[in-house]
Design a protein around this ligand. Structure first.
Ligand SMILES: CC(C)(COP(=O)(O)OP(=O)(O)OC[C@H]1O[C@@H](n2cnc3c(N)ncnc32)[C@H](O)[C@@H]1OP(=O)(O)O)[C@@H](O)C(=O)NCCC(=O)NCCS
Length: 243
């Protein structure tokens, strides 16, 4: 497993890097208005995102608070701190790469315009976005996921064939997420073009792009590396079912 750390002083809050707990820093930052909290335990509304979070030094009582916040939902948490209640079941743990890029590394652009023009997506497109996500499985995509940030897409004759969007927003950074292309339209540079457009928007705000990708997703890892992203660290999504 690759474990590299390309930290720089940017993004350090209270001695830790915001990318070491990006969901917690999003829900305590740019996404505070969406956050459901119980003390330091926090989650998104279920129709926005299934992610929940705790600080790295969470206590047993804070794990219990997260269980109360979860209600009937399973607890999906990235980089779960130690101390999950022993009565909870760890349903699965999926390894991810967290990838980052700085501006010079992102300079290697493809010259060609994509065959299908890229345009912003709006709330009226939610049904088509959910359909594309269901067909391609880029990660969780709920009824209000598109409220997390900017989403862009490409269409063929009105049909949404590819998209990319913004998800976590720890201070100074924006995560690129939901990158997906319908199977009939792959290998034509659509994901690359959409990701490049997302990057441009993030850099224009003075932020840096990052993303998460399953370590097993070879196609996507290769694409992101070709675009100038490097692996900052290996993370993991854990799914628990509280007792
Ligand atoms: C990963 C995924 C988004 C890639 O989408 P895509 O639109 O096919 O990607 P691109 O066309 O931009 O790039 C893919 C490949 O085509 C190549 N390519 C780019 N432009 C091309 C063109 N004009 N003609 C032919 N090939 C091209 C790329 O160089 C890349 O080559 P590689 O296989 O050697 O890496 C797509 O496979 C997908 O939707 N997967 C399921 C969802 C998913 O896993 N998303 C990622 C979540 S992190």
């Amino acid at each position: 497993m690759i474990e590299t750390c390309k930290d720089d002083p940017e993004g350090i809050v209270a001695g830790a890097h915001v990318l070491d707990n990006p969901i917690w820093h999003s829900l305590n930052g740019a996404h505070q208005s969406l956050a459901l909290t119980d003390g330091r335990a926090a989650r998104y509304p279920a129709d926005v995102s299934p992610f929940m979070t705790l600080p790295a030094d969470a206590t047993g009582a804070e794990w219990e608070a997260l269980g109360r916040l979860a209600g009937p939902d399973p607890v999906l948490i990235m980089d779960a701190p130690d101390g999950a209640p022993p009565s909870w079941t760890l349903v699965r743990r999926v390894p991810l790469y967290q990838m980052v890029a700085d501006e010079p590394a992102l300079g290697r652009r493809k010259e060609e315009e994509p065959a299908f023009p890229i345009e912003p997506l709006h709330s009226a497109d939610t049904g088509a976005m959910r359909e594309l996500a269901a067909a391609t499985k880029p990660g969780p995509f709920e009824a209000r996921t598109a409220q997390l940030g900017v989403f862009l897409g490409a269409r063929d004759g009105g049909k949404l064939i590819a998209m990319a969007g913004e998800r976590m927003r720890p201070d100074g950074w924006t995560e690129i997420s939901a990158v997906c292309t319908h199977p009939d339209y792959r290998g034509r540079g659509l994901a690359r073009a959409l990701t490049e457009r997302m990057i441009d928007g993030i850099l224009a705000r003075g932020e840096r792009p990052f993303l998460h990708v399953l370590t097993a997703n070879d196609n996507a890892v290769r694409l992101y590396k070709a675009m100038g992203f490097t692996i900052r660290r290996t993370a993991a999504n854990s799914l628990y079912r509280p007792a």
